[in-house]
Ligand binder design. Sequence first.
Ligand SMILES: [Ca+2]
Ligand SMILES: [Ca+2]
Ligand SMILES: [Ca+2]
Length: 593
Amino acid sequence: MTKTTNSALCVLLLTLAAAITLIFGVNGYAYEIDENGGEYDGYIVKFKQYEPDLTATNSNSDINVWGELVPNHYIYTLKNPTEEYIDYLEASGKTEYICKNYIIENETPEPETGLDAFPTPGESATLSDDLPEPNDPYYASRQWNLRMASAAYAWTTGETGEGVRVGVIDSGVESSHDDLSANVTTGYNVINDSYDTEPDNNRHGTFVSGIIAAETNNGIGIAGCSDATIVPIKAFSGSRTSLGYITRSIYVAVDDLDCEVLNLSFTIAYNELSADQTAMREAVDYATSKNVICVAAAGNQDSSQINAPACFDNVIGVGSLTSSGVRASTSNYNYTVDVTAPGVDVFSSTLNNSYTTGSGTSYAAPHVAAAAAIAKSIDPYITPAEFNLVLEACSDDLGDTGYDVEYGWGCLNIQKIIDFMSGGEFGIAGSSVAIDPGTPSSANVALTLNNTLYKDVNATVYLAAFDQNGALYSLVCDETLISSDSETILSETLELPDGGGVIKAYVWDKNQRPLTDVYDIYQSDGAQTDGAQTDDGQTDDGQTGGSQTDSSQTDVNQTDNGQTGDGQTDGNQTDDSQTGNSQTDTYQTDGAA
Ligand SMILES: [Ca+2]
Ligand SMILES: [Ca+2]
Ligand SMILES: [Ca+2]
């Protein structure tokens, strides 16, 4: 391309920009249209490392203008790039991705109907869940959705998700609303880089937030599905945003706002444009890697259209139900639907301290986000994949038997989730240790692992021996599938330091997050390692040797270190030989010897 042509192109672009700006009026930049009809506003570029020379803003021109999007992850916006510059970047080997910064348009919300114009409740109000009713005045007449999801069980059990931080990436939230103020905290505005997430100039974010965590039993308005903390992240101006703002919102939510759950009530078609959604997909993957549960709307096209972010791995996609428990006529049906929740004529908070009705998968998703907050409050370490398994186990099947694309695993049931998660156990049920004396000695450790909480879980179990000074002496590691329907026994041998030591077990998930507390298996003191206990005394049931006198045992810390009785009772510690009561519930006596 010659210089002359370039200049002509610039003039053309600037003219076009001026024309389109009249239409959209945002930042003076044009939204361009790609070959598939998608609108985009420049590019998102992620570098492999910090590239100050490349990303310095070109202040002398309106072309190749860089902006910081998520600088600590080396992600930038690039506006008005020349084709040559994009080619140059792609060839440089320095970028992880370059994708178009597509515009995202939320579903146009229904006009506010005002208190006098509420639709009649109809049969929806007759839904009953036999749970105590809170005193919020619209609960009985309007909130069929909470009864369908058995949400009131949260308040009767106290498992309300209180304090769990749910990021609402949306249009902002009216935090002064009487039914929201108690549960809304400071968030962030990624559009203008401020903490000012108001006004919600659309009402979408305020409506979503009321479903998640309107204040329950305060005698005002509506009840919420949870008592979580809403963290508003304003990414939408009116009903529009961009992939860049969403990408930025997700990183900010995870890195700066400590969100544990994200509600993503927006969609963008995932088909021909898929290659260019890398920025949002990587952001969601990042959130997932930090154990943040992402919940997204499946979309309202009444079709099998696949939408992002619901289609991304580990995102919980949510379809919409009517009060009769059938798929909403607009709710998309495809593999991205993991679960369904109420989403037609849902009643929630809106602007000006008021309430209204709304419909769409945008309003089904927040029911599930609230359930995720409750799950997080019961088990802070639950992973997005595990939460998906909980939904599979606990949802009320609808449509064809088992999973189907219209209903996913079925209708969200918060009561079942709470019962399932509170009643189960996941972790180490017990342990046994056999010591082979020597210098150093070795310990044969058998751990009994149980899992009644989730489906089968892949875990990494570490056994670590520390010396008397607390220094790591030996370590073994084993990856295992912890079955949900039978006990798993894990056996390992590790070396023990001369002079005694401590053995601890650690159970981590595949992301190296702990699944259980650190488990104390064994502790010896040096006094018992000096050979006073002969080989004979070390045989399996042979703790009977008189060599273990009372006094030698009593100085060991014999308290129960959280080790459940079961694993400790395999007969090693017979009554007679070990006269001290202190011997009865731990291992820490003879094993050392
Ligand atoms: Ca209320
Ligand atoms: Ca999914
Ligand atoms: Ca089904």
